[in-house]
Design a protein around this ligand. Structure first.
Ligand code: FES
Length: 130
């Protein structure tokens, strides 16, 4: 079995185009994984619902502008690309392409299960525990 390339990854319909007002977010499930769907004035964005610091539920965080903060320890992430914007998180969270399907009037997410990230110490100390 071959791996799917980015362009072959299907888009999954998640709801009608008006499912969220600008400034709102929702937690949805795709393939048993939890995703945060955000509607901003310039469109929809999707991120994994798991903080890269310690697995906090990002979808329960506060949305301010283009940033969502983690309710556990306050790290902020850019919802447009998943970039970590403040400590204690320094690694991004996965983000997924979102599109509007005119034919069905639905929002669709190109979801691909994120690869697990190897631990990298931001100070440059990487320990081998073997
Ligand atoms: S789990 Fe998100 S900041 Fe710690």
């Amino acid at each position: 079995m071959s791996e799917q390339t980015e362009s072959e990854t299907p888009f999954t319909p998640v709801g009608p185009a008006n499912m969220l007002k600008p400034g709102e977010s929702a937690i949805i499930e795709i393939e048993d994984d939890s995703i945060v769907l955000v509607h901003l004035h310039d469109g929809y964005y999707a991120l994994e619902n798991r903080c890269s610091h310690d697995d906090g539920p990002l979808g329960q965080g506060r949305l301010v502008g283009f940033e969502i903060d983690c309710p556990r320890h306050g790290a902020k992430f850019d919802v447009r690309d998943g970039a970590a914007k403040s400590l204690p998180a320094f690694r991004p969270v996965a983000s997924f392409p979102v599109r509007y399907n005119e034919d069905t009037d639905e929002i669709e997410i190109q979801y691909k299960k994120p690869e697990p990230q190897a631990f990298e110490d931001p100070r440059g100390f990487n320990f081998n525990f073997t």
